[in-house]
Write a protein that binds this ligand. Structure first.
Ligand SMILES: Cc1ncc(COP(=O)(O)O)c(C=O)c1O
Length: 417
């Protein structure tokens, strides 16, 4: 007899909480307090943001870093910096956060969805190539969950068609592809420092690049269209103030000192858990191609094949939570199915193109399958814990697997589909 599921009255596998996020101590307090006491709170007054930009860019293999208010703005300004014309097409995956596509619309460009690979959850290079039209100007591969996309394949296709490559590295601080850091693998990259991210200042973002011209454009765009040689009230291009403040810069400088070690810990724990869970029937942790030399594990993702596992994904999520393992099913539907796309609620953007766009006809079966039936997410902070924490997660999965029949029975009685 397997031990009874906590959901059905049994003892949970775990009653302690996992590592809490964010992590900070007196080093963060002192750095932020010093910035506060300096009275230099704006980016133009102090040097915390500038110090951070240089250190973060260097760590990510880039000569330039431009810190901004968030990772949505940094994506959008990256597109604008490239001088792409209004109405041009930008290829994005459908299995990602809203901003990957909303930033394209707010740059007055058309997002075109190309499906993800079912095993890696990342943009499928073949789907990307098939989505290219004469109007395509850029592609935004997302290093989803912190695992680099297939950048050599994507880069080769982009070069053939003369497309700009912007990495959406919002999840990928410290990740690497063939030992090259995420953030240095395209023309530009965008990271986020929003509160859930692997490096955070509550809100924030950065563009990294090795392209002098694009970096200079981004710097100007994030600073009301100013240029280094201009006088203060001299504006050369339409934009706004998207500068990050010094208190956030100070916090990021303190947090950055932990990033290397935290990234190593997450990657070790993530690989260990993936190896354990792949032994279970119907469980497929995100496939890790050889080119991934470091996974940032912003999320640990896996697919559950409900039939092979013996219980549907939604029931498994409930059972794991009851066992003391926080987890979720992630996105409920692919990005192209968001009400915003279905209603074409683009505000003042894409006024000319809107009538011709039909997102209800877009079909991304792999992304749909992940959203509707198979994906399961565990969050990054859990992977900052110990091997024993990973063993608890694995034990909970094993327990749920052994109780598939009882769980499915409970699920049916509950009237769930
Ligand atoms: C994949 C992805 N891209 C872009 C963003 C946007 O970042 P921000 O929330 O800092 O605007 C996020 C996250 O929040 C994200 O998950």
């Amino acid at each position: 007899m397997p031990t009874q599921l906590a959901l059905l009255g049994g003892q949970p596998v775990r009653e302690r909480s996992f590592t809490r996020w964010p992590i900070f101590d007196e080093r963060d307090e002192q750095r932020v307090l010093a910035a506060l006491r300096s009275g230099k709170w704006g980016r133009l007054d102090g040097n915390e943001v500038e110090t951070f930009e240089q250190a973060f860019a260097r760590m990510h293999g880039c000569r330039h870093g431009i810190a901004m208010v968030n990772g949505t703005v940094s994506l959008r300004l990256g597109l604008v910096a490239a001088g792409i014309e209004a109405g041009a097409e930008v290829i994005v995956p459908p299995y990602t956060f809203f901003s990957t596509a909303s930033a394209v619309i707010e740059a007055n460009m058309v997002p075109v969805f190309a499906d993800v690979d079912l095993a890696t959850f990342n943009l499928d290079p073949a789907a990307f190539e098939a989505a290219i039209t004469p109007r395509t100007r850029a592609v935004i591969p997302v290093h989803f969950a912190g695992q680099p996309a297939d950048m050599d394949a994507i880069g080769a296709i982009a070069r053939k068609h003369k497309l700009l490559v912007i990495e959406d590295a919002a999840h990928a601080h410290g990740a690497s592809y063939k030992n090259r850091p995420a953030g240095s693998l395209g023309d530009l990259a965008s990271f986020s420092f929003q509160s859930s991210k692997n490096l955070t200042s509550g809100e924030g973002g950065v563009v990294t690049s090795n392209d002098e011209r694009l970096a200079a454009e981004c710097r100007s765009l994030h600073n009301c269209g100013r240029i280094p040689t201009g006088i203060w009230y001299e504006h050369h291009v339409i934009s706004g103030n998207y500068r990050l403040g010094e208190l956030q810069g100070a916090l990021l400088n303190a947090q950055l000192e932990r990033l290397e070690e935290q990234t190593r810990t997450r990657d070790e724990n993530g690989q260990y858990l993936a190896a354990r869970l792949s032994k279970l029937p119907g469980i497929h942790p995100q496939a890790r191609p050889e080119f991934v030399t470091r996974h940032a594990y912003h999320l640990f993702m896996l697919r559950i094949d409900g039939e092979a596992f013996g219980a549907p994904r939604s029931a498994v999520v409930e059972a794991l939570k009851a066992e003391g393992i926080p987890c979720s099913a992630g996105y409920g539907f692919s990005l192209n199915q968001q009400p915003m796309f279905q209603k074409k609620a683009f505000g003042p953007y894409l006024a000319v193109e809107r009538d011709k766009l039909e997102y209800s006809k877009v079909h991304c079966p792999n992304s749909d399958l992940l959203c509707k039936e198979q994906a399961l997410w565990l969050e990054q902070a859990m992977f900052l814990g110990t091997r024993a924490d990973m063993d608890d997660i694995a034990s909970a999965f094993e327990k749920v697997s052994e109780n598939g029949v009882a769980l499915t029975d409970w699920w049916r009685k509950r009237g769930a589909k």
